[in-house]
Design a protein around this ligand. Structure first.
Ligand code: MG
Length: 402
C-alpha cells in the first residue's frame, strides 16, 4: 500500500505542465458520519475533487442536499421506491439501489478514488470490484479489512491498487511511516481514548444505558462505533486493521490508553526513536489526507493544536480484563480465518441488540465470546465462505438475544 499510485503520478505530471487535474471520487456510505464529513471536504475543495458517484441509505433529505450541492452523475440508495422518486426530481442523475447499486458506485468508470465509508461488512464486494479496476481505495470501513483483509490486500497487490487508511489511528501510523523502511519498525502503538465508560469499573457497567454509552468524550461518531469504543472492540478491530494494512505481526502491535486523543498513534523504530502524528480530534484530517495524499491541503475551519494550552497529556497501560473485547480481538487476529468474521458479525449483531434494549452492555462481550468459542474455524476462507459465516453468525446472535 506504500506505492505511490499511478493516478497520482498522472496528476503530478499534469500539474507540472500547469494543468490542474480534478480527482474524481466515488463515495460509499455518503450520509453516515464519515461520509458526511467527506462531503464537508468535497464541497469546500471543489477545485481539487469532484464527486461522480455516491451511495446512501435511507436518509433522503441528506441525499438530496448532496445531489444539489455536488451534482454527481450516479447515485445509489437503499430502496427502489426512493430511487424512483429521486429519478423524477433529478432527471440529469442516474439512480440505482440496493447491493448492486453499491457495486455500480464503486466501479464508476470515471472515478479514480473510492472512499468506502459504509458501516459493517456490506462494502466488501463493491470494494473488491473497485480494487480490480486499480482504483485507489480510501478505506474507512474497518470491517472489510477485518473479515477479508487477506483477500483485499492480495487483490490490491495483483491489480496495483493503493489502499489508504481513513481511520485516524491508521492515518497517524501511515504518516509516521512516511519515507521510512518498514523493516526498521520495532512496534506500532495505537492510542485509545477509553470510550464513554473509561472511568467506570466493570462492576459499574452492569446498569449503564444506551444514552450513557452514546456519549463519547472526544470524538463525534456514529452510534455503532461509539458503542465499539466503549467496549474497546473498536480498538480490537483497529489492531486487526493495522496488522492487515501494515503487514505487522500482532506481537508488534500495542494499545495505549491516552484520554485526550491528541496523539493519534505512534511508530517505534529499532533505534528507540518514536514518531507520532498529533492534532486536535477531527476526522476530517485523516479523510482529507487520504483524498489529497501524498499532497496536503489547508483544512477549512480546522482547529490548530495548542499544546501549551492543553498543558498535559495522559497515558495508561491497557487493561485487558477491564476490556475483554480487546483480548478477544487479539485472539481472533492471532488465530486468523473465519473466526474474524464470526467475531465481527457477533459484535455488530450484539451492538444492534444493545441499542434496541434487548441485551445489557456487558452482554455484548459475553455474546461475542460465546460465538467465538462455538465457531468452527476455516483458516483461509474465500469470499463466499466469509459472507456465509457473516450471515449465519447474525442468525445465531438473533436467536441468542430473543
Ligand atoms: Mg479509529
Amino acid at each position: 500500500m506504500m506505492d505511490e499510485n499511478a493516478n497520482y503520478e498522472i496528476d503530478r505530471l499534469d500539474r507540472k505542465r500547469g494543468r490542474f487535474v480534478v480527482k474524481k471520487i466515488s463515495l460509499l456510505g455518503a450520509t453516515g458520519s464519515i461520509g458526511w464529513q467527506t462531503y464537508d471536504i468535497l464541497k469546500e475543495q471543489r477545485d481539487a475533487f469532484h464527486l461522480v458517484a455516491f451511495s446512501s441509505g435511507k436518509n433522503i433529505e441528506k441525499t438530496r442536499e448532496m445531489i444539489e450541492t455536488l451534482k454527481p452523475e450516479l447515485v445509489s440508495v437503499q430502496l427502489e421506491e426512493d430511487a424512483l422518486i429521486l429519478a423524477k426530481d433529478y432527471p440529469q442523475v442516474h439512480f440505482t439501489f440496493g447491493e448492486k447499486g453499491l457495486v455500480e458506485v464503486a466501479t464508476h468508470p470515471d472515478s479514480t478514488v473510492l472512499v468506502n465509508a459504509v458501516l459493517g461488512s456490506v462494502g466488501l464486494e463493491s470494494t473488491l470490484a473497485a480494487i480490480r479496476m486499480g482504483k485507489t481505495i480510501a478505506i474507512a470501513n474497518k470491517e472489510t479489512l477485518v473479515t477479508a483483509g487477506h483477500l483485499v490486500m492480495a487483490e490490491a497487490k495483483k491489480y496495483n491498487a493503493t489502499i489508504l487508511p481513513v481511520d485516524s489511528e491508521h492515518s497517524a501510523i501511515f504518516q509516521s511511516m512516511n519515507g521510512e523502511n518498514p523493516k526498521n519498525i520495532e512496534r506500532l502503538i495505537i492510542t485509545a481514548s477509553g470510550g464513554s465508560f473509561r472511568d467506570k469499573t466493570r462492576e459499574e457497567l452492569k446498569h449503564v444505558t444506551v444514552a450513557d454509552a452514546l456519549n463519547h468524550p472526544n470524538w463525534s461518531m456514529g452510534a455503532k462505533i461509539t458503542i465499539d469504543s466503549a467496549t474497546m472492540m473498536n480498538k480490537g478491530l483497529e489492531v486487526i486493521e493495522a496488522h492487515v494494512l501494515f503487514d505487522m505481526p500482532y506481537d508488534k502491535i500495542d494499545v495505549l490508553l491516552h484520554r485526550e486523543s491528541i496523539i493519534h498513534s505512534l511508530v517505534e523504530y529499532h533505534d528507540t526513536s518514536v514518531i507520532a502524528q498529533l492534532g486536535t480530534p477531527d476526522m476530517r484530517v485523516p479523510i482529507q489526507y487520504a483524498l489529497s495524499y501524498p499532497d496536503r491541503m489547508p483544512l477549512q475551519n480546522g482547529q490548530r493544536l495548542n499544546l501549551a494550552q492543553i498543558g498535559q497529556l495522559h497515558f495508561k497501560e491497557m487493561d485487558f480484563e477491564r476490556y475483554p473485547a480487546l483480548r478477544l480481538a487479539f485472539e481472533a487476529g492471532r488465530t486468523g480465518g473465519t473466526i474474524l468474521t464470526a467475531m465481527n458479525a457477533a459484535n455488530e449483531a450484539a451492538v444492534a441488540a444493545f441499542l434496541q434494549g434487548k441485551i445489557t452492555f456487558l452482554e455484548i462481550d459475553e455474546t461475542i465470546e460465546r460465538v467465538m468459542q462455538a465457531h468452527n474455524n476455516v483458516f483461509v476462507p474465500d469470499l463466499q465462505t466469509i459472507l456465509h459465516v457473516d450471515r449465519e453468525t447474525r442468525k445465531i446472535v438473533l436467536d441468542m438475544v430473543k
